[in-house]
Design a binder for this molecule. Structure first.
Ligand code: C5P
Length: 242
């Protein structure tokens, strides 16, 4: 049980539209019609349906997280950030591994792309993907220490660069807030309702546990999009939190 209202919780659920084309994504949106959740457009859908689809979501009043995880030289990221800001997305992200200068360049791109009077997008840094286990971090990526240490280092860097928050696992929310302050936004994928298929995720929590950690937004894909009845699935997730 929590003090959050149903509407509070719903507005903090970002549904991952991981689809191959706009038609499939529209099919899900139709099933979720009237539920005021955020929608997340990731690389699969953005590469297929592009800015036109995002603009149409914005025209229909959706809050949009564009999850394109920019990671390139600062000048290129600055240009990318300018373009997605012009699109009017509410949230977008860059990899903290690109370094402080690259993240600062993203914010300069936002300044350039922001229309007069328009709301500034929330810019967040990707710390370590929620699919990354301790073993992958140490043996494949080559970073020593625990996953939490790596996440906190990136969170501090993103904070120092002036970003609004980070993407991380709900397991790391408490430590991130302690390091960077309560106002530093956490967006947490790696969400699995009790008994759900884990898939390729690694550092997971249930939706209710994630909210209990104080996360600002949860990102949920397959537990909703892969359900026989997606509307019933998101309703059950909301019921499990409020
Ligand atoms: O289907 P599932 O709930 O695992 O989807 C999680 C979504 O969150 C996917 O769209 C994935 O790309 C995204 N994501 C993630 N880990 C991050 C950043 C984004 O899983 N660190």
């Amino acid at each position: 049980m929590s003090t959050l209202t149903r509407n509070d919780v719903t507005g903090r659920i970002m549904v991952a539209l991981d689809y191959a084309n706009a038609e499939s994504a529209e099919g899900l949106l139709k099933q979720l019609e009237g539920i005021p959740c955020y929608v997340k457009v990731g690389m699969q859908l953005f590469y297929a349906a592009g800015p036109t689809f995002v603009a149409s979501l914005k025209d229909r009043g959706y809050k949009v997280f564009l999850d394109v995880k920019m990671h390139d030289i600062p000048n290129t990221v600055k240009g990318g950030a300018e373009s997605v800001t012009r699109l009017g997305v509410d949230v977008f992200n860059v990899h903290a591994a690109g370094g402080k200068y690259m993240m600062e360049a993203a914010l300069e791109g936002v300044d350039k792309g922001l229309a007069l009077g328009a709301a500034r997008p929330i810019v967040i840094g990707v710390t370590q993907l929620t699919s990354t286990s301790q073993q992958v971090l140490n043996d494949e990526i080559g970073l020593a220490g625990t996953t939490e240490q790596a996440v906190i280092r990136y969170a501090r860097l993103a904070h120092a660069a002036g970003l609004n928050g980070v993407v991380a696992s709900p397991l790391e929310v408490t430590a991130i807030k302690a390091a960077c302050g309560d106002g530093f936004v956490t967006v947490t994928p790696g969400i699995r309702p009790a008994g759900a298929d884990i898939g390729d995720q690694s550092r997971i929590m249930t939706p209710a546990e994630a909210f209990a950690q104080g996360t600002d937004y949860v990102v949920i894909g397959r537990p909703i999009t892969g359900a026989a009845d997606p509307r019933a699935a998101i309703e059950a997730i909301i019921d499990s939190i409020v």
